[in-house]
Design a protein around this ligand. Structure first.
Ligand code: 5GP
Length: 114
């Protein structure tokens, strides 16, 4: 049994995912359990456990992830609005220990979340 996270296995193409974008720094794919008509996860290829584990040197990478999120939001037709979420740690609702940005849209999203 691999001790890689499920997202690292997706990066390494060991398990399939519905990939919507990829470059040398990141990967974006559809969430397996979508909570909105569009629900994409954008992840760094670098293994970073969570936002709490980001180092100063990761600044350009984090900026790149958000620029990809913005670009994808428009490419996926979410120009009228979208939501980004980063769950961090157990109490933050994080279930996969590899940093990921949720990009959700395609319906009117309510606030506050649960
Ligand atoms: P978290 O709860 O950590 O913020 O979000 C993890 C997300 O990963 C969840 O929305 C969950 O549905 C998604 N997810 C978990 N395993 C897989 C998988 O194997 N493939 C894909 N595409 N998404 C997954």
């Amino acid at each position: 049994m691999s001790d890689k996270s499920i997202f690292k296995r997706i990066i390494d193409k060991e398990i399939p995912a519905d990939i919507v974008y990829e470059d040398d720094q990141c990967l974006a794919f559809n969430d397996i359990s979508p909570q909105a008509p569009t629900h994409v996860l954008v992840i760094p290829k670098k293994e970073i456990v969570s936002l709490a584990h980001v180092q100063d040197e990761d600044g350009p990478l984090i900026a790149h992830l958000f620029l990809v999120v913005k670009k994808l939001a428009f490419e996926l037709g979410l120009g009228s609005g979208f939501r980004t979420i980063i769950n961090s740690g157990a109490d933050g609702g994080q279930t996969v220990d590899h940093l990921h940005i949720h990009l959700m849209g395609g319906r009117s999203l309510t606030w506050p979340p649960g």
